[in-house]
Write a protein that binds this ligand. Structure first.
Ligand code: SF4
Ligand code: SF4
Length: 336
């Protein structure tokens, strides 16, 4: 692909090292890294009342999380769903500006933009271009970002520069469980989290973890301790898992399960902990043993055709034709 003058901002994609996989592929010439992304593509845009923002959802992700509730977006294009595609930054900016003027946006009070996905950081040059063009028109614009924290340090610095606040997700603390849940190592995530807190605490909106009974119960107090050791006042939010993707038939957490997890985090000395989401008749079952959790996760993985242990999507020979990207998750009945 020959870049036109106004697409020069995509040059980093010719030798992509935006995330810690460091694939060094030319995404503009059809080569694909672990994220399988080419040029930045938009799934859709939407107005959100919680964040009061115009949200831009980008396709593709550096992880293959077993529980992903947006797997058709994160695992694009292998999920088989068609989405909007590449949008010139100037067009996206104009759409956002037009959207700010709608009666719905005015009623909600939308004045900022946010990037989500998928994993928006795999498209950092595109985010920068959109933000810089929009700030030419609204210099005080606020920009939110949701990330899995797997960027390289260099990319992380760029993300901090372009965003006003960051929702940073830590999916597990122990490396072997992080590998099992996401297909990726945890070290870059924890390193970026610590760097962000120490250097740019003002940018942290929240740390969050999706709480999955029997899969990462043992991890949540460890993540709480990790955060507390840096700063006990940092906000930590637990999000109740909803069954999806590779663990479609796994039980969701009950209210008391979520409350117990919050208490276990507070016991670590973390002050600002809360949760959102639970299932009315959900599971109260808790596992505090990482070995047992690993067994449960790898059982699910083998059920969808992933037999790598430890699971590492970068070194896997099947990464370009991953059997675990199940198109209709509900057809994947658990083994009796
Ligand atoms: S996985 Fe990361 S390094 Fe590899 S192509 Fe995607 S963004 Fe680039
Ligand atoms: S089969 Fe390979 S690429 Fe697919 S989820 Fe398993 S380790 Fe990752």
């Amino acid at each position: 692909m020959v870049l036109s003058m106004n697409q020069e901002y995509l040059k980093d994609l010719k030798n992509c090292q935006l995330c810690s996989w460091n694939c060094k592929v030319n995404r503009l010439e059809g080569e694909r890294g672990v994220c399988r992304a080419g040029i930045p593509e938009i799934a859709y845009t939407s107005l959100t009342s919680v964040l009061k923002s115009y949200s831009m959802t980008l396709l593709g992700c550096s992880f293959r999380c077993v529980y992903c509730n947006a797997y058709r977006i994160s695992q694009y294009p292998d999920s088989g769903w068609m989405y909007r595609g590449y949008v010139e930054p100037e067009d996206l900016v104009q759409e956002a500006l037009n959207s700010f003027e709608t009666s719905l946006a005015r009623n909600i009070g939308v004045k900022k933009i946010s990037f989500t996905g998928g994993e928006p950081s795999i498209h950092t040059p595109y985010l920068e271009e959109v933000v810089s063009r929009m700030k030419e028109i609204i210099p005080e614009l606020e920009v939110g970002l949701a990330t899995n924290g797997f960027s390289t340090h260099k990319t992380m610095k760029r993300l901090v520069k372009l965003s006003s606040y960051i929702n940073f997700e830590i999916k597990a603390f122990d490396d072997e469980i992080h590998h099992a849940i996401t297909g990726a190592p945890v070290k870059p995530v924890l390193k970026n989290a610590e760097w962000l807190v120490r250097k740019h605490p003002e940018k942290i909106r929240v740390f969050r973890t999706v709480a999955i009974p029997g899969i990462n119960d043992s991890q949540i107090p460890k993540i709480a301790q990790f955060i507390k050791d840096i700063d006990p006042t940092l906000p930590y939010r637990l999000v109740g898992f909803r069954p999806h993707f590779m663990i479609y038939y796994h039980p969701a957490p009950s209210k008391s399960f979520m409350q117990k997890l919050v208490e276990s985090c507070k016991k670590q000395g973390l002050e600002n902990v809360d949760y959102s989401g639970y299932y009315p008749s959900g599971s109260v079952y808790m596992v505090h043993n990482g070995r047992e959790e690993l067994k449960i996760i790898y059982n699910y993985l083998s059920n969808v055709g992933c037999y790598r242990m430890p699971r590492n999507c970068s070194s896997c020979t099947e990464k370009d034709y991953c059997p675990a990207i199940v198109l209709e998750p509900w057809t994947n009945l658990p083994k009796e």
